[in-house]
Each structure stands twice: as C-alpha cells, then as structure tokens.
Design a protein around this ligand. Structure first.
Ligand SMILES: Nc1ncnc2c1ncn2[C@@H]1O[C@H](COP(=O)(O)OP(=O)(O)O)[C@@H](O)[C@H]1O
Ligand SMILES: [Mg+2]
Length: 265
C-alpha cells in the first residue's frame, strides 16, 4: 500500500518555485530519505506531506486521500491525521512554546485528553529515552540547540505516530548525540513505522533509509537504495551532496577529488 503519493506537485513561494512537477511514491512502512542540497525543496516537501502547505497544482495523496484544505477542515480527518503523522521541524524554535520541557512534551497528549497518570508516565519514558530527563523542569527556549532538538523530537515521539517526518534531525547535535539519536530511530517502532527523513548528510544514510529520493531544484533526480546512491559519485557531485575538494599534498602537488561531507566527522 502507498503511504504518500506525490503527483506532479508544484509549490511556489511568491515567484520562487520550490517544488516543480514533483512525482514520487513512498510505500507504507518505508524508511525513506529525502536527500538534497540546501534549497532543493526537502523542507517544503515535508510541509506538504504534513498538510501544512498545499500545492498550487498536482496532488499529495495520503493512503489514497488527496490532502486538501477542505479535507483538513473536517475535524475527524484532521484529528486522525495529526495522530498518525508527526513532523519534527528543522528549526526547533518554531516548535517549542511551552514554559517547561515537561509541559512541552505533555502538550499534545493533553490536547488529546489522555488520562493524567498515563501522560506523566509516557512523558517520563520518552524524556528518558531521549536522555533529557534531567531537563524536565527547564525552560525550552533557553536550552542549547541540541537540547531543543531533542525536546522537539520528544514532543512528537510521545504520541507514537505511525508516520514520522523528520527534517534534518541530527543537524544541531554533537557526534555522540547524533549516533544515540540514529540508534533510537533505527530501533523505534521495531520496523513497524514509516520514517521519512530529510537530510543532506550522507553519513548515516544506510542506517536511516532503505530508499532514497534525491531532490534537486524541486525535482526528483534519482530514487534508489542508499548503497546505490552512495556509489554514484557523479550524481552526488551534480546534486551538490559532495563537492570536489582541492588540497595540497606534502609533496606540494595540488589535486582535486570528490569529497564527501560524510568524512567530516
Ligand atoms: N518561506 C519561504 N519564502 C520564500 N522562499 C522560501 C521559503 N522557504 C523556502 N524557500 C525557498 O524554497 C526553496 C526550497 O527551500 P527548502 O524547501 O527549505 O529546501 P531545503 O529544505 O532542501 O533546504 C529554496 O530556494 C528556498 O530559498
Ligand atoms: Mg530544509
């Protein structure tokens, strides 16, 4: 069954076309990576998949239903969709607005009127899994970038959504937090979930994805398993996911060769 079907989707900000007749299909249960350099349209696409934006032309279908403003005007659909699909934004500042970390993570469960005892239990559990239990009483907007990112993730993971949309989840994290988070995402849901991750980082691609969709200028330019994408250095250079790196050897000779961001750790 198809989870998301994107069909000739065009989305423009004023005069700038961010998604240009984009067509792709993401099966249910996928671990998908949306790969692309800055400005390729990844964040825009996640917002359309999450029903926050709607295209000027073309369609996004979620399990067969075309996502439109009219459909989201039906409370039963909107509520069910928001329960099933969770988006973690690239910039956690747009997601955090509560006075404490606890309140932040408890916010959606409270909206959904879960029993109070269950909320306390689930919030503690997710804070613990994300290793931010000690931040429970802190003010979210005064935390470090990496801490904010984990709080934003916790506030979405607490609902245990079947579909998780992640926008550059490891971007603001130090190397140890990055690998902890990757481990958590790999284990998360025991493979029963769909996880769609936007990234330009090739390092953990094989762990987070079984399928990659490469975007360039708002168009799909490749779709393949991670091993295949990582082997295609011409594609990676053309789409600005790696750059040719000039450097001088001890002998004094200069040369340039493809340089992956993935060995910058
Ligand atoms: N709010 C906005 N207003 C105008 N242009 C935007 C806005 N957000 C993104 N864009 C433009 O849309 C294009 C795609 O951006 P984005 O989806 O953020 O790409 P990515 O997440 O891959 O970096 C870029 O050219 C970007 O400058
Ligand atoms: Mg982005």
């Amino acid at each position: 069954m198809t989870l998301f079907e994107v069909d000739r989707l065009t989305y423009s900000y004023e005069r700038l076309t961010a998604l240009d007749q984009l067509t792709l299909s993401i099966p249910e249960g996928s671990r998908a990576a949306l790969l692309g350099a800055n400005g390729s349209g990844k964040s825009t696409l996640l917002r359309l998949l999450d029903g926050l934006y709607f295209g000027q032309s073309g369609a996004v279908r979620f399990r067969g239903d075309q996502l439109t403003e009219d459909l989201f005007a039906h409370d039963d659909f909107a509520l069910e969709f928001r329960r099933e699909v969770g988006l973690v934004f690239q910039n956690p500042d747009v997601q955090l607005f509560n006075p404490t970390v606890f309140d932040e993570v408890a916010f959606s469960p409270l909206q959904l009127r879960w029993p109070k005892a269950e909320i306390r239990e689930r919030v503690d559990e997710i804070l613990d899994r994300l290793r931010i239990f000690h931040l429970k009483d802190r003010v979210p907007h005064r935390l470090s970038g990496g801490e904010k990112k984990r709080v934003a993730l916790a506030s979405v993971l607490v609902l245990d959504p079947a579909v998780l949309l992640l926008d550059e989840p490891t971007a603001a994290l130090d190397p140890r937090s990055q690998s902890q988070l990757i481990d958590l995402l790999v284990e998360w849901g025991g493979g029963a979930k769909s996880v769609i991750t936007a990234t330009h980082d090739l390092r953990d691609l094989g762990d987070i994805a079984d399928r990659c969709y490469v975007l360039d200028g708002g168009r799909l330019v490749a779709e393949a398993p991670p091993e295949e994408i990582l082997r295609d250095s011409e594609l990676l250079q053309r789409t600005n996911l790696v750059h040719a790196h000039r450097h001088r050897h001890a002998s004094g000779a200069m040369h340039s060769h493809p340089h992956s961001h993935s060995d910058e750790r």
